[in-house]
Design a binder for this molecule. Sequence first.
Ligand code: ATP
Ligand code: MG
Length: 552
Amino acid sequence: MSNETPVISNFIRTIINEDLKSGKREQVTTRFPPEPNGYLHIGHAKSICLNFGLATEYEGRCNLRFDDTNPVKEEDEYVVAIQDDVAWLGFDWGGEALFASDYFDQLYAWAIKLIKKGKAYVDSQSADEMRSNRGTLTESGTNSPYRDRTVEENLELFEKMKNGDFPDGAQILRAKIDMASPNMNLRDPAMYRIIHAHHHRTGDKWCVYPMYDFAHGQEDSIEGVTHSICTLEFEDHRPLYDWFLKELEIFAPQQIEFARLNLSYTVMSKRKLLQLVNEEYVEGWDDPRMPTISGMRRRGYPAAAIRQFCDRIGVGRGANWIDLSVLEDCVREQLNETAFRRQAVLNPLKVTITNFDKVEMLNAPNHPQQPDLGSRELPMSNELWIDRDDFMENPPSPKKYFRLGPEREVRLRNSYIIKCDEYITDEKGEVVELKCSADLDTLGKNPEGRKVKGIIHWVSAQHAQKVPVRIYDRLFNQENPDKASNYLEALNPESLQLTEAVVEPSLLKASQGETFQFERVGYFTVDSKDSKEGTPVFNRTVTLRDTWAKMK
Ligand code: ATP
Ligand code: MG
């Protein structure tokens, strides 16, 4: 794994350009085909950006199609969440979402067509028999004793399968291809299986369901998908898809495979993500530590940062391990441009300004580099909170340490320069208060005859409000959690720490989902679930710099 951004490969564009030039294709239609059995994650984002991005680039279209062929695992909650996430990422599928289940009648008719052509048969072997007759990578399989059933017999049995005359697993419809093929996918693969289960859209209409492999290529064909882009594990399935399309004599989309995204310190298998949710290692699919789109959104990652990340990592066919810091850097880059600056203190130390006996409303810019973003009022008074880390009793030389110490000066961000005249300790010797004097001639200008380098953040104690803050860190503390004997052992026990901050009053008006830079601290987002009006709960989105490598 490395931090380097890989070279952007556009091998897919090259194929598309050739297809358009040669006349093989006249336009570009792609699709994003999620199975609604979980929430979308950052790996899906890569596929979404690729498919929708190409459609935009070539002025074509990209369908959102749910591959809902397995009623046991699929739910409407996922359908809703997936649409929400794709839209939030900034993409438009132009009209209604599509569903594989809309094509069940057509797929059933096509299965019958193959039976009639003598290209499909009903097998009555048990699952165990089928497995042992399948052969291995080095040995051919063995033909099923039911392989030579007549067309009539097959039609009758398939009809009975559909009518619910058999229990789950008793019969299966298989394509009649070649039990000796070196490609295991061509050894008479299953086309239809019996599942007596309620489907989220077709209800109890069906008790036979097409296998993914019998459905996927035909769904693309029905939709006129010109370029069917998928991940590399489907490369070996391509000959099977092409066989079905040829035997059915229907339009054949061009399948193109690319390497799936793997991200360090992350797991992406939906089975594992579901386990994290079900066994409550996290709060839900949208827990801000999850690699899901909804988790990242709640954490405060901007959609533009995720799109930028997908752009930056490019598309290729080689193993694709990306360091999590590449994603975090994209988040920082976006937020640095857009996030309003605010002052908040996580570890407060009291400061009394001895020569300041009023409340003064200062004007502080929302973004120091972007005056267009306006400003807010920031109250200053004689009692402040600063961060404990910004004071040292015995600081190193002023050339190395620019913050407060006895007799040292520092600028309060957006305010005056103050000098520490005295510090007070409790019986344990811990510093509990600083007494400082302000140079009242330094608001918005440098002092005469001396340079003050340090700037620290602060809030006025009488105006500050205490708010809950959740410090999120990486969910896993190992680069590749799947390398541990059980990935759960790689969970980072410190991925969430609950704390509090005192914040400037303008932050209490912040709305859900708004992200701020707490100056000198990090980026924080108002949680969209647990915040109430006037009492925001802040999620740490990302630190200001990458501190992971240094800390561990
Ligand atoms: P599972 O985790 O159950 O294997 P899946 O991740 O393949 O499922 P799907 O809903 O089938 O989930 O995925 C929809 C699309 O997203 C597919 O076209 C798939 O190729 C793509 N996709 C999924 N994971 C990644 C990934 N890590 N990188 C790139 N594309 C991905
Ligand atoms: Mg899949």
